[in-house]
Write a protein that binds this ligand. Structure first.
Ligand code: SF4
Ligand code: SF4
Ligand code: SF4
Length: 139
């Protein structure tokens, strides 16, 4: 069964950014939070809560994949997409097309940062704000 990242426990978030550090470190071998596929932001104001922005694992038509002129984004079973970086021409159309603005760009490698739904961020969150959900393997 496929698993997808869910960010529905954000009421408990204290803004420690562990999820971003883990994602950057494990997936990009980089300790800058700018390489993370998940971004934590304040919802505004001094007492604002934190919100998470990450791929919501679209099924059916994926706007990011549809917009890619080279077919570099393949549907991932269960939702979301898998990047074939050999096919990517760094046009950034996927970043513009993502329906939740969750495709960030690695300026150094010149490739999009695509969530793999690996669950590392959820595993390391000390407050269990993030979790993985089992879904069917359907494309
Ligand atoms: S940046 Fe790469 S993956 Fe994104 S749309 Fe362009 S070619 Fe496709
Ligand atoms: S990157 Fe954006 S458009 Fe693509 S599957 Fe994830 S949420 Fe959907
Ligand atoms: S599920 Fe994996 S790739 Fe996606 S944001 Fe979390 S650590 Fe990054």
């Amino acid at each position: 069964m496929a698993r997808i990242l869910k960010t529905d426990g954000m009421k408990k978030c204290i803004g420690c950014f562990t999820c971003m550090l883990v994602c950057s470190g494990l997936n990009r071998q980089n300790h800058s939070i700018s390489k993370s596929a998940i971004r934590i932001k304040t919802s505004g104001g001094l007492s604002g809560k934190f919100v998470a922005n990450a791929c919501i694992a679209c099924t059916g038509e994926r706007a990011c994949a549809e917009s890619c002129p080279t077919g570099a984004l393949d549907p991932r079973p269960g939702g979301g997409v898998i990047l074939d970086s050999k096919k990517c021409i760094s046009c950034r159309k996927c970043a513009k097309a993502c329906i939740v603005g969750a495709v960030y760009f690695d300026e150094l490698q010149n490739t999009p940062i695509i969530c793999k739904h690996c669950g590392a961020c959820a595993r390391y969150c000390p407050h269990e704000c993030l979790r993985m959900e089992e879904v069917s393997d359907d494309i």
